[in-house]
Write a protein of this length. Sequence first.
Lengths: 197, 197, 197, 197
Amino acid sequence: MGEKSARKKAFILKKAREVFADRGFKDVTMKDIVEACQISRGGLYLYFDSTKEIFLEVLNMKDASESGEENVFTKAVSENAPSSDILALFLQEQKKELCNQTDSLTMATYEFFFANKFPQNENPLKAQFDAAVQIIEKLIADGVKTGEFICEDPKGAARNIMYALEGLRVMSQTMGITEKKVNREILYLMKELLKEV
Amino acid sequence: MGEKSARKKAFILKKAREVFADRGFKDVTMKDIVEACQISRGGLYLYFDSTKEIFLEVLNMKDASESGEENVFTKAVSENAPSSDILALFLQEQKKELCNQTDSLTMATYEFFFANKFPQNENPLKAQFDAAVQIIEKLIADGVKTGEFICEDPKGAARNIMYALEGLRVMSQTMGITEKKVNREILYLMKELLKEV
Amino acid sequence: MGEKSARKKAFILKKAREVFADRGFKDVTMKDIVEACQISRGGLYLYFDSTKEIFLEVLNMKDASESGEENVFTKAVSENAPSSDILALFLQEQKKELCNQTDSLTMATYEFFFANKFPQNENPLKAQFDAAVQIIEKLIADGVKTGEFICEDPKGAARNIMYALEGLRVMSQTMGITEKKVNREILYLMKELLKEV
Amino acid sequence: MGEKSARKKAFILKKAREVFADRGFKDVTMKDIVEACQISRGGLYLYFDSTKEIFLEVLNMKDASESGEENVFTKAVSENAPSSDILALFLQEQKKELCNQTDSLTMATYEFFFANKFPQNENPLKAQFDAAVQIIEKLIADGVKTGEFICEDPKGAARNIMYALEGLRVMSQTMGITEKKVNREILYLMKELLKEV
DNA sequence: CATGAATGAGAGTTCATTCAT
DNA sequence: GATGAATGAACTCTCATTCAT
């Protein structure tokens, strides 16, 4: 596949992403993607065999773009900002994603992983989750050292934060959580770590 | 609707529940339910017009059966057991439901509410969630009074518990969370409340 | 499936037979049969799942109708006509079938059994062939007893007749054998048995 | 067409032959041949417009290669071996071809001529058949002269041999005739000619 | 000559939904 | 009420064929 083909593939993935963000995973048909791309039915099959295959590549694409892009969070980390600031930034990032309904793959991702079970050790969601827990644990432990945080069980706290965020995420899709409520919970999570004795 | 009809309707809902528990919401067709019930295609339409309608009634049925049934949790509440015991029982109930993959409507419920948005004030999930938060808040507040718990923000803590449980629930469906991990998180939630100064 | 359905099934098979006789096996699609029957696409699938399934039933149907019908051949057998007459009648029947191009399943049958290999012991074609060999062998043996035929190896002669007929049959489809040539070969086969020493 | 093109065309035909031998005629698509040759889709169309065209050239190629090659049969003929030996050799050659399922175009040929009717005077199969009949007739007549064979109707006998071989050939494809059965029939054909009075 | 991306027609198949009985 | 045959829309997937490069 030449350079031109690679560009077309990227184009299809971009359009497909929009479709998935809009309609979730299960409702999306090859025909939908064909129409979003304004290409022929057979044309799509030159690049992908199924919506499943497309979705997996969309997920990878997303990861790539996120890690490539310099966001405030990674910048703060590289600049050795205070742990509490970095954690606050991380939670802000999460909030943005949570509240952005139109452009998010959240629903599609859940639908996809409901329908397609992966063994734990190859499950991309789990890998992402575990990585995030480790980062947060490190932040909390650092913060404890500098006296910013008080926490006896940084790993437990990190997990709790991630579970709660996951809960917020799914609830934002199923019950339409408002930004105010997300703020409130994020505040709660921070407060717990800052709690004076 | 005569008594006979009501019985048939209940029968359909029971069978449909099994189908939804088995396959989620989106994959279930009217045909699937017809086959599970071993009735005629037209026959099903006498009672229900769509899988959506059936699922909503299955959800109501579920609520009814749960509130009707005397479980250890409601029993403990009525017997004025210590708040910490009641909360522990509540969390145990949640754990059971979380770990029971085969018989649970969790996945179907998520799929359903992804696809069918309800305004917040009529959203059955939200109503359930809010009710649970209130109960937990009350328990924590009581526990604080009796000195069982230490907590400055019972409402916040209650919400955090529910968000974390929601996170566990969705993750158990998408990443296959083990019982051990559920236990660990539940323990964490309890410990936070019991934390000595 | 009630009586009415049985009638419709028979109707579909009858129409399908015409299609197969007209176009062979491989070129026939479910759509072709749908159109020949003037029913809906889905309607056909209520009765049959594939052209293969339909064709097998068409073959069975054919056998049934043939054995049911009182033809001159079976009549002669039951009336204890001379063996040479009966054999001649049998060959006349074969000739009729050979020369009837428009209405015959010959081509479709070959195409079908090229594409669908059956184990020898379940192969319908083989069963038919073996049965025919036995009948002819018996006729020849009887004819030898009555002095009508001269033949040292009735089984071998019977097989030779059937192989030659099979050759004629396939050649009539691929090279367009004329009736005259079929006659000539049939005459040859008879002459061999009548050959004076 | 330059020499290079001629070589490429021959290469395509060689590969196509393998494909036809493997899968018959009807199931073979232009795509299959493209893939077998590992050339581009458009590239194939530079040389051939359809599988039909390709198959016809494969058939011609086959004839060419066979007549070119010095086989035991043609050798025996040129050496004036006894007619009975030559006929026996011819039948052995036929047997080899009959029993060789993997490498043979038999099925493809039948499928092709079922689907593509040629007027008798241009039908390649018929030409081949008639040529073979003539050769066998000559052999038998010669054998009769030398006293090797007894036969009143050499032409009829030659035709019968060819029809029976055709019958064996098609049956080997549709019912899986064993080598033993082919041997038995060939023996029968020879015996008929050697029959003592 | 040669490539291979692109198109679009067409086959298979499944179901929601209707309706005569 | 209840049945299940029937319809037709929608989706998946495959290829023959073309054409810009």
